[in-house]
Design a binder for this molecule. Structure first.
Ligand SMILES: [Zn+2]
Length: 409
């Protein structure tokens, strides 16, 4: 995946900086909001009763990561990319699998879609879309070896991990007999070096959805970079907050939330931290833009003590030995639990309710988000944006006052 993060609130004036930081500290507590409840139109569902049923296998998933990296870089149009598609088609015998080739800006790429519908499905059957990119980056611009930055990476975590999780879900979903449709979408050309960055596969998919299909899509969940041995999941923005509210109870049920009791009565450990929010542009943006509730499950701090968009990300160090079966299984079980419990089905949704005011607000602030992207403890985007705007204005005011004071001297 790709989206660079710049530090927020850079200013050359130290006094202004101090004031801004002070304001930020004082404000952040006032709008910090713990998310404990599932938000409408999603409903609280029974979760713990499904934990015993979970069968997602992290070892098999990790074997797929190894297999994919053995194919070599899966850049669009490569033999390795084709081999991956062939494997999906051969293995998903219970699914309706189709390839969708597009050419945009002279780049030809192919999405893979696999669909499983209940027997009584009709044109309005709700669906959940699970997404991962299967292409790998064609450059390693962050590698420490300057002689190798032009070479493609094998993408064990950034590419293979999400793609492998979808394959494992494809293996186990048919036996769940779900009462709704599941679509698995392996996007191509998510991670190609292109300026400005494009999410070609996800954009092409979104551009071909009918209004009826948009309306019946209850959730669109991206899995990207989920295999880091040091797994640290957070809230990611932009994203649909109602859909995010369903993730906390699922994570808590599996002991992934620090000090929260899981279904076995054990205290959880810090794997999923809803109170930290990181700005990431990924394959969920195109779906959000057409009004589908979408989120991105991603650990963008890849490697021990890595900072966001640091560590092994986009380097030749993104190799299978950095990916763990345990992490893959942790995320995979959470997704399986969401599917089995029906946590991602909405109730009473009409067409006009698809895009909540909050999402509209988030979408409209995409451009500024890129510039102001930061890791914070803010969890409510509307309040956050209001507060950040106020801070910005105050900062300008302070800078102006300081400048005026100095002029007087
Ligand atoms: Zn990437």
């Amino acid at each position: 995946m790709l989206m660079p993060v710049a530090s927020a609130f850079r200013t050359s004036h130290s006094l202004a900086t101090v004031v801004v930081v002070a304001l930020l500290c004082s404000c952040s507590t006032s709008f910090m909001q713990q998310v404990h409840a599932v938000e409408s139109p999603y409903e609280t569902v029974e979760i713990c009763g499904h934990v015993e049923q979970l069968t997602f296998n992290g070892t098999l998933t990790n074997q797929s990561v190894q297999w994919q990296t053995n194919l070599g870089p899966r850049i669009p149009g490569s033999n390795a990319s084709e081999a991956f598609r062939n494997s999906v088609e051969e293995n998903l015998t219970q699914w309706n699998v189709s390839n969708h080739e597009y050419t945009v800006d002279n780049l030809t790429f192919t999405n893979i879609e696999a669909t499983l519908s209940p027997q009584d499905a009709d044109g309005e059957t709700p669906r959940v879309v699970l997404v991962a990119h299967y292409d790998t980056r064609n450059v390693a611009e962050r590698d420490s070896d300057e002689n190798r930055t032009d070479e493609p990476i094998v993408g064990a975590n950034d590419g293979a991990s999400g793609a492998a999780a979808l394959l494992e879900l494809a293996r186990i979903i048919p036996s769940m007999n779900l009462g709704y449709e599941v679509k698995l979408l392996w996007t191509d050309a998510e991670d190609q070096h292109y300026s400005p960055h494009r999410f070609f596969g996800a954009e092409a998919w979104a551009g071909h959805q009918s209004q009826l299909d948009i309306n019946r899509t209850d959730a669109y969940i991206v899995l990207d970079m989920i295999g880091d041995a040091d797994l640290q999941l957070t809230h990611v923005w932009p994203g649909n907050n109602e859909l995010w509210s369903t993730i906390t109870p699922l994570a808590q049920a599996l002991g992934m939330v620090e000090n929260q009791t899981d279904c076995n009565g054990q205290a959880g450990i810090k794997i999923f931290d809803m109170n930290t929010s990181i700005g990431v542009y990924d394959d969920h943006i195109a779906a959000l833009d057409i009004g589908i509730p979408a989120i991105d499950l991603i650990d963008i701090r890849y490697g021990p003590n890595a900072t966001p968009f640091g560590g092994y990300w986009h380097t030749h160090e993104d190799t299978p030995d950095k990916v763990s079966a345990e992490s893959l299984e942790t995320v995979g079980r959470m997704v399986e639990l969401g599917l089995r419990s029906g946590a991602w089905l909405r109730t009473n949704v009409t067409q006009n309710e698809n895009l909540e005011p909050e999402d509209l607000q988030e979408n409209s602030s995409n451009e500024t988000s890129k510039e102001m992207n930061t890791e914070t403890t803010v969890t409510h985007p509307l309040l956050a944006t209001l507060a950040l705007s106020s801070i910005g204005i105050l900062a300008l005011l302070v800078a102006f006052l300081v400048w005026n004071t100095r002029k007087d001297f």
